[in-house]
Design a protein around this ligand. Structure first.
Ligand SMILES: [Mg+2]
Length: 178
């Protein structure tokens, strides 16, 4: 079961994803988490660096949709000024929001990448549908909500201990994860 929590790729930030390479491999769409993946959970707007990244994503030829478990107000405030489509209150890891986003992009599972900072929601949800899953380090762990902090992260730690024992998780040097 814990195997489904292992992402295809682990990077520090979204900026470390080799977009060109993934495009060459046939991927055309990115389903991105918002909180602690693109910005800190309490940061309302994109940084200039992130705005530039969105532009690059588009220029390479990717579509991008934000799929967030957060409320409409938070997600729309962030996404609307950038003209980015979104699915809010997604209830990841259930399948529906991922399927909805792929439908919005008119893409198949084989063409879709999922990016997020949580193994239990982003990675697990994406893996179950056979999407290419990318785990980033959370931007601001101290801004996380109660559920994330006291449930999801705890389960992640348990999963990581197990995965390390099974040799399914090798720590990378720069990683700061518990
Ligand atoms: Mg998140």
């Amino acid at each position: 079961m814990f195997k489904m929590l292992v992402p295809k790729l682990r990077v520090n930030t979204v900026f470390d994803i080799n977009l060109e390479e993934l495009y060459e491999q046939g991927y055309r769409g990115i389903i991105s988490d918002l909180d602690n993946t693109l910005v800190g959970a309490k940061a309302p707007l994109a940084t200039p660096e992130l705005v530039a990244w969105f532009k690059k994503v588009k220029e390479i030829g990717f579509q991008l949709i934000i799929v967030s478990n957060n409320q409409l107000e938070r997600v729309s405030k962030f996404a609307t000024p950038l003209d980015i489509q979104y699915v809010h209150k997604a209830r990841k890891p259930i399948n529906a929001p991922f399927r909805k986003a792929m439908k919005m992009m008119n893409l198949t599972n084989e063409q879709t990448i999922v990016v997020g900072d949580q193994m239990l929601t982003d990675v697990y949800g994406g893996n179950r549908l056979g999407l290419y899953t990318v785990l980033v380090l959370p931007i601001a762990i101290n801004e996380e909500g109660f559920m994330t902090r006291f449930f999801n992260r705890r389960v992640e730690r348990i999963a990581l201990t197990r995965l390390r024992k099974q040799g399914l998780w090798t720590d990378i040097e720069e990683e700061k994860k518990p």
